[in-house]
Design a protein around this ligand. Structure first.
Ligand code: DQA
Length: 142
């Protein structure tokens, strides 16, 4: 079984980006944590990050064609990108939406996600552990 972990804009700057909100874990640490979780569970985990919406759409199309489950932190696109939502709608395997911070404790505009209604589940506010929990849930389900 394979899981794609996809990250949207600015998440490549984890560790230096607003550490009071997103923590000290770097993006490289996040990749390592997700891969280690995959190894522990016998799941192939591939982690990617992009600041380009078109690139994320291409990755979602790839996951749709391959029937691959997706753990997605679409970052700011979460709140307004109908294009990302439409690409997620094409997925046939489960989609888990993850946010490192508790978006509901922050600015009002972060409280709305255009993705949650089509996600199997949503994990917010548990830091990078949210990704590990999402991978574990997908592995248990397989
Ligand atoms: C985020 C929350 C979003 O509101 C924000 O735009 C991000 C990161 C999170 O992981 O907490 O870039 O998705």
């Amino acid at each position: 079984m394979k899981v794609l972990v996809l990250n949207g804009p600015n998440l490549g700057r984890l560790g230096t980006r607003e550490p009071d909100i997103y923590g000290a874990t770097t993006y490289a640490d996040l990749v390592g944590l997700c891969e280690a979780t995959g190894r522990e569970l016998g799941v192939e985990v591939e982690v990617r990050q992009t600041d380009s919406e078109g690139e994320l759409l291409g990755w979602l199309h790839e996951a749709a064609d391959a029937g691959t489950p997706v753990v997605l932190n679409a970052a700011a696109w979460t709140h307004y990108s109908i294009a990302v939502r439409d690409a997620c709608s094409q997925l046939t395997a489960p989609l888990i939406e993850v946010h490192i911070s508790n978006v509901h404790k922050r600015e009002d505009f972060r409280g709305h996600s255009v993705l949650s209604a089509i996600a199997e589940g949503v994990i917010v506010g548990l830091g990078v552990q949210g990704y590990q929990l999402a991978i574990r849930w997908l592995a248990d389900r397989a």
